[in-house]
Write a protein that binds this ligand. Structure first.
Ligand code: NAI
Length: 419
C-alpha cells in the first residue's frame, strides 16, 4: 500500500484522539452500525480530500464499515494532524497522503496520489479533486466516476461555476448546503474553533479588543457572536447590504474595511473572497494588529501587499509571523493566512462534525443509489436526510420536542381557518 505521512510512530496517539472524537459523534455512530450490517457502499472506491483530523478519521471508518475502499489526501497544507494520518495508515490500512506543513507542490502531488486509486466517488473540501480531474479528464476518466460530494462553501461556489459553464462531468452533492451542516458547522464550529486558533497562536486577551470580522455569512455570524461573548468590541465589514444590515441589528458596528483597518486589534477574514485585506489597509493598521483568515483559501489576505510594505519579518511564535513595516509598526500574520482554526487549533469540535459527516456518509449512500437519475449538476442533500440528522442529533442530546396534533396539522395546511 502506498502512503505518505510524517511518522507512523505517531499512530498510537492518533488512535486515542480518534477514539475521543468517535465518542462525541453519536449520530455518525448510528450510521456506522447500520452500514456495518447492510454494507451499502460495497463496490465504491472513494478518494477523499478533507482536513485530516480526528473527525475525518471517524468518517473514514464509517465509509469502510459500509463496504467502500478509501484513499485520503489533505484539503489544506497546514490542517493535517500527523498522528491521525499515521493511525489511518497503521490501524485502518487506508492510503493517506498528507503531512502537516507540506509545500504547495507536495500538496498537489498528494492530490494526484489519492486520485491514483481510480475513484468512482470523489469527496472534496474546496473542490480541489474535482478541479484536478477536470483539468486532465483524459487521465482521470479511464474509469467512470459516478459522482462526488463537497463539504464547504468555497467548493460549492467553484462547482456551481463549473456546472453553469456546462463543464461539470458528474453530479455533486453539496453537503455544505444541508441545513444540518452550515447552520451548525460553519456557525458554531468555525465560530468557536477560530477563536481557539487565535488564542492558541497568540495567547492574546480577546476581552476589550476591537475584533474585526470580515464577512457576515454563516462563519462570520458565529465568530462575531463568540468574540462578543468573550468581551470583544466586534466590528463587521460586508459587501452585501442584507448581511450588513443584519450585523447592525445584531448589535455590531458595521463599517468599511478601510475604516476598520485604523481601529482594529484583531482581524479575521471569513468571506471566501479574494484580497479582502490589502496593502492600503495594512499601511494604516495600528502597531501590533493581528491579521488572520478562517475562509477556505489563503487568498483573503493580500500577503504580497504586506510583503511589499515590510522592512523585515521573523517568526516570533509558532504560527505567528511578525512583519515590521517601513512605517515602524508591527503587524502579526497568523498561520500564513491559512485557515487559522485548523492551522493553530484542531478545527471544529467533533460534536458538530457529527452532523456534517453524517451528511457526507448518507450523501455517498444516496449517490450510489441515485446517480443514474442525476444530471451533471450540483444537488442539495435531500430534505428527508437533513431532517433525520437533526432529529437524531436532538435525540442524542436527550432533547425531546413536541409533535403537531392532528388539529394543528389541519390548521397549518388550511386556508379557510383564520382563527
Ligand atoms: P457565506 O457565503 O455564508 O458568507 C460569506 C460572506 O462574506 C457573505 O455574506 C459575503 O457577502 C461576504 N463577503 C464577500 N466578499 C466580501 C468582502 N470583500 N468584504 C466583506 N465581506 C465579504 O460563507 P460561509 O459559509 O460563511 O463561508 C465563508 C468561508 O469560510 C468560505 O471560504 C468557506 O469555505 C469557509 N469555511 C471555513 C471553515 C473553517 O473551518 N475555517 C468552515 C466552513 C466554511
Amino acid at each position: 500500500m502506498r502512503y505518505d505521512v510524517k511518522d507512523l510512530k505517531l499512530a498510537k496517539k492518533g488512535a486515542l484522539r480518534i477514539e475521543w472524537a468517535r465518542n462525541n459523534m453519536p449520530v455518525l455512530g448510528l450510521v456506522a452500525a447500520r452500514f456495518k450490517k447492510e454494507k451499502p457502499l460495497t463496490g465504491l472506491s472513494i478518494a477523499a480530500c478533507l482536513h485530516v483530523t480526528t473527525e475525518t478519521a471517524v468518517l473514514m471508518e464509517v465509509l469502510k464499515a459500509g463496504g467502500a475502499s478509501v484513499a485520503v489526501c489533505a484539503s489544506n497544507p497546514l490542517s493535517t494532524q500527523d498522528d491521525v494520518a499515521a493511525s489511518l495508515v497503521s490501524h485502518l490500512k487506508i492510503p493517506v497522503f498528507a503531512i502537516k506543513g507540506e509545500d504547495t507542490r507536495t500538496y498537489y502531488r498528494h492530490l494526484v496520489s489519492a486520485l491514483a486509486v481510480g475513484p468512482n466517488i470523489t469527496m472534496d473540501d474546496g473542490a480541489d479533486l474535482v478541479s484536478t480531474i477536470h483539468q486532465d479528464p483524459a487521465k482521470y476518466f479511464r474509469k467512470p466516476i459516478l459522482g462526488g460530494t463537497e463539504e464547504t462553501t468555497t467548493g460549492v461556489i467553484r462547482l456551481r461555476a463549473l456546472a453553469n459553464q456546462g463543464k461539470l462531468k458528474y453530479p455533486i452533492i453539496a453537503v455544505n448546503d444541508a441545513l444540518t451542516k452550515h447552520m451548525f458547522d460553519n456557525r458554531y464550529g468555525t465560530g468557536q474553533s477560530t477563536i481557539d486558533g487565535i488564542v492558541r497562536a497568540t495567547n492574546k486577551l480577546i476581552a476589550g479588543s476591537n475584533f474585526v470580522v470580515c464577512g457576515y455569512g454563516w462563519c462570520g455570524r458565529g465568530l462575531a457572536m463568540r468574540a462578543q461573548g468573550m468581551g470583544a468590541n466586534v466590528i463587521v465589514t460586508e459587501v452585501d447590504p442584507l448581511r450588513g444590515l443584519e450585523a447592525v441589528m445584531d448589535g455590531y458596528r458595521v463599517m468599511t474595511i478601510k475604516e476598520a483597518s485604523k481601529i482594529g486589534d484583531i482581524f479575521v477574514t471569513v468571506t471566501g473572497d479574494l484580497n479582502v485585506i490589502r496593502k492600503e489597509h495594512f499601511s494604516v493598521m495600528k502597531n501590533g494588529a493581528i491579521v488572520c483568515n478562517s475562509g477556505h483559501f489563503n487568498a483573503e489576505i493580500e500577503i504580497p501587499g504586506l510583503e511589499k510594505l515590510k522592512k523585515s519579518k521573523k517568526i516570533i511564535r509558532d504560527y505567528v509571523e511578525e512583519y515590521t513595516l517601513r512605517n515602524g509598526r508591527k503587524i502579526y500574520l497568523l498561520g500564513e493566512g491559512r485557515l487559522i482554526n485548523l492551522a493553530a487549533a484542531e478545527g471544529h469540535p467533533a460534536s458538530v462534525m457529527d452532523m456534517s459527516f453524517c451528511n457526507q456518509a448518507l450523501g455517498v449512500e444516496y449517490m450510489k443509489q441515485h446517480y443514474k437519475e442525476m444530471d451533471r449538476n450540483v444537488y442539495k442533500v435531500p430534505d428527508p436526510i437533513d431532517n433525520e440528522i437533526a432529529r437524531l442529533k436532538l435525540t442524542s442530546m436527550g432533547v425531546t420536542i413536541d409533535t403537531l396534533t392532528a388539529e394543528q396539522k389541519r390548521y397549518l395546511s388550511s386556508w379557510e381557518m383564520g382563527t
